[in-house]
Design a binder for this molecule. Structure first.
Ligand SMILES: *Cc1c(COP(=O)(O)O)cnc(C)c1O
Length: 303
């Protein structure tokens, strides 16, 4: 039976992830001190920001005595991967509504999810686009009675407090840098931002002009807060796209910094940061922390 003890084991037993200084000639040249918060090392199966985002979502599902967890994602979704792992830890069945063809069930992400007991339901792109449509959600709720529905990426208001707790583990710094997709992680960080630390999010999706509004919806305080910004130009052509030259530079950075990076989130944001440092966007003398949000499981096909 699922219960809150399993949730406590999953969350209260964990220690915080390490913070490591990074060294690179470009950093020296521009007078930038950069460290990395290794949330990719937080948990062996629920890595990075998904562990944090799911924390209070899962507790709520258990409190409501949900009979299962249901959510949405693409075929390489870190969120579905983490949710499947969480379901197994908590003794709760999970359902993944996957955008794509059943053939993708053979990829490492979905193979893990299925092995951890997640039921996979593949839907067309058209159907997937209806993932916030109340009528479709009502149909799904009827198909999976008692299941707790979690939006794509886990970005609900309940994701914010789990992310906000990250600040307790960080030393003072001028700026925290992170990759951004749906905006839930950034919203949680804005909500509890210490006055002295600015936030810069590197959007990994193309044309993410809508992000600021979404972040404002999740965290109304963000609207009046001038201490965060989005960089929208470093998407590399779109979500999960990465030109060969960028891929090469990400590999080069991963080697030079001695940190594992993947091309969808951490690598794209790190490359964006280095380009911005080179362009003089960060003042000399700045101390920066880069948040490694995890997601290395998705790179098992190779960088
Ligand atoms: C999901 C994910 C993100 C994006 O987080 P959002 O809260 O959707 O902005 C960033 N990095 C990794 C590795 C992720 O899996």
């Amino acid at each position: 039976m699922s219960d809150l003890h399993a949730w406590q084991r999953l969350y209260l037993g964990a220690t915080s992830s390490p913070l490591q200084p990074l060294h690179h000639p470009l950093l020296r040249r521009h007078g930038i001190r950069l460290s990395i918060k290794r949330d990719d090392l937080l948990h062996p199966r629920l890595s990075g920001n998904k562990w944090r985002k799911l924390k209070y979502v899962l507790r709520q599902a258990l409190t409501e005595r949900a009979t299962g967890l249901l959510s949405f994602g693409g075929a390489w979704s870190n969120h579905l991967h983490a949710l499947a792992a969480a379901g197994r830890e908590l003794g709760l069945p999970t359902v993944g509504i996957v955008r794509g063809e059943p053939a993708s069930a053979a990829n490492p992400t979905l193979s893990d999810a299925a092995a951890w007991g997640m039921a996979l339901r593949f839907v067309s792109r058209q159907d997937y686009r209806r993932r916030q449509d109340p009528d479709w959600l009502a149909t799904l709720a009827a198909d999976y009675p008692g299941h707790y529905l979690i939006p794509e990426g886990g970005s609900t208001g309940l994701a914010l407090p789990g992310v906000a707790e990250l600040w307790r583990e960080l030393p003072a710094a001028d700026e925290l840098i992170l990759p951004v997709a749906s905006g839930g992680t950034l919203a949680g960080l804005i909500e509890a931002r210490p006055a002295g630390t600015r936030l810069t999010g590197y959007a990994v999706l193309k044309g993410a002009g809508w992000l600021a509004e979404t972040i404002g919806d999740l965290c109304p305080a963000a609207l009046a807060d001038a201490g965060w910004r989005l960089r929208l130009e470093h998407h590399g052509g779109g979500y999960a796209k990465c030109p060969a030259e960028d891929r090469r530079r990400i590999l080069e950075l991963a080697t030079a910094l001695a940190v594992p990076l993947e091309p969808v989130y951490s690598g794209k944001a790190m490359l964006g940061l280095f380009r911005d440092i080179e362009a003089g966007c960060y003042p000399s003398g700045s101390s920066l922390i880069f948040l490694h949000t995890g997601g290395l499981q998705g790179a098992r096909g190779g960088l």
